[in-house]
Design a protein around this ligand. Sequence first.
Ligand code: M6R
Length: 615
Amino acid sequence: MCGIVGYLGKQQAYQILVQGLHRLEYRGYDSSGVAMISDSGALNIYKAKGKVKALEDHAKDKDLSGSIGIAHTRWATHGEPNDINAHPHCSQSQNIALVHNGTIENYNVLKEALTQQGYTFVSETDTEVVVQLIEYIKTKNNCSLFDAVKEAARQVVGAYAIAVIDKNNPDEIIAARQSSPLVIGIKDDEYFLASDATPIIEYTNKVVYLNDGEIAVINRKDGLRVFDIKSRSEAKICITELKMSIEELEKGGYPHFMLKEIFEQPKTLADCISGRISSDGKRVVLSGVIEHKEKFLNANRIIIVACGTSWHAALIGKHLIEDFCRTPVVVEYASEFRYCNPVVGENDILIALSQSGETADTLAALELAKSRGAFVFGICNVIGSSIPRATHSGCYIHVGPEIGVASTKAFTGQVTVLAMLALLVGQMKGLVSDETLEKVASDIRRVPLLIKDIFKMNDRIQDLAKIFTYAHNFLYLGRGYNYPSALEGALKLKEISYIHAEGYPAAEMKHGTIALIDNDMPSVVIAIKDNVYEKTVSNIQQVKARGGKVVAIVTEGDTVVSGMADYVLEVPEISECLTPLLTSIPLQLLAYYIAVNKGRNVDQPRNLAKSVTVE
Ligand code: M6R
């Protein structure tokens, strides 16, 4: 939610800032802006409603000089998307500029106090309060920008990652973080600041992740120094070397990141599995679990918290862990868990499942469980993000940067890691036989190849998408392991095509939802050969009897469902617990092609952002 970029160095800042905004556009794209201190010492701020491209068009004839600057791409929280509410925001004297990712909870109180001191506000944002507060403190105390930002950071309540520049000091950027991410890249005497590492990686692989409650001073002469906001003590700078490559951040010839990410899955899952199943196929190696074996053996309960697609993967994780480990698992929406005074304690394991590792609700749920004594374990994709850094242990899904807002390869990566975790813990508990482990592990290894097989249906799915492009509603039905796949299929369609879709447990449909079925309401039914296959077949008949059109996802060679469904998409046979890894692929493609046919912005659907770092 909102992306921040900053640069201080010897190059001209503008291109670096704008290129950085393009990389971070997935975090929000309703407006953007830059602030630079020009070569002649002016503070130039350019902002535009809409995508970064609109900013570039607006700025093209302006003074773009300057080797220090900050920039922002916005996902609106306070105030509608327009030029005025766009960041950077400027102080009353027009000397200080600030960009912010997060939300300031006490902005009304601060705004009132500042208004009484003669400050006026031009925007409806919470952010403007912060820059005015900094100026007020700086003027009142006659202190440095660093001291003023530090004091302001102590007074604001909420989540923030901020970057601040002062026209009177073109040699310094001040940045601070609390609950919103901030990364600083270092290359000799150049400094790159960003909400995540993607804008930085083309310049340097050496980065410093700022911790919560830290403030950084980036100064041309003195370099980077980091301090604790509360104690004021200087913190040790810990430089991490990133392994990400620039190619991973490009579309690689695909029209959209989403399509690229769908087609990447054979490779990303191979990466996810790599080194985690022993070469003889008899053992699963997840060091984050093995190092805390006792915790997993003795846990009374596992709670998985997540949001959106990750929540769907968590539901599959519940089936996997309960099947293989016989440990009770509850799956909670992180946003609900954090406010429902949950019963959680030291005999529980809380798994925080998140692609970005930055989702505010998931992070808060994890902190809550940790404060109550639970062992907290993260399963994330983005290396070095907030959730992995807040957990006792965890493992990455290693599927590479996911840039399309609609999650695809992260979902299959999450399910794959959960399957390996369930097998490993089940084996440690003596509940999974060597035979079962070898069979399922060998099937996990086959998944990349089987997904390649499914891609052979790409043209058929594209044709199918044409038939359903103008449907107004969809029902997605599945059972057991594939009930979450149905939820996920429906979410994919909704978020990128804006067609209403509902995911439902197939058998539950007859308790109400069946009333919706008619000729205009297609149902996508996952009817693979599992332990409830015959029941699902009956559910299909119930839909057909009411005039509903059925698209069925079936196991290769199925003749029964093929005889009754209107359209059939086959997936190869595999262990039942892994079937969501295959059934999700045609659903991703179907949603993608329908959205493309409707002319939607697939990678940046309206109202959404990739990482939801606000409540
Ligand atoms: O980064 P996270 O996995 O924590 O994100 C959770 C959801 O915001 C995310 O899965 C969202 O639902 C996606 N847009 C779904 O495609």
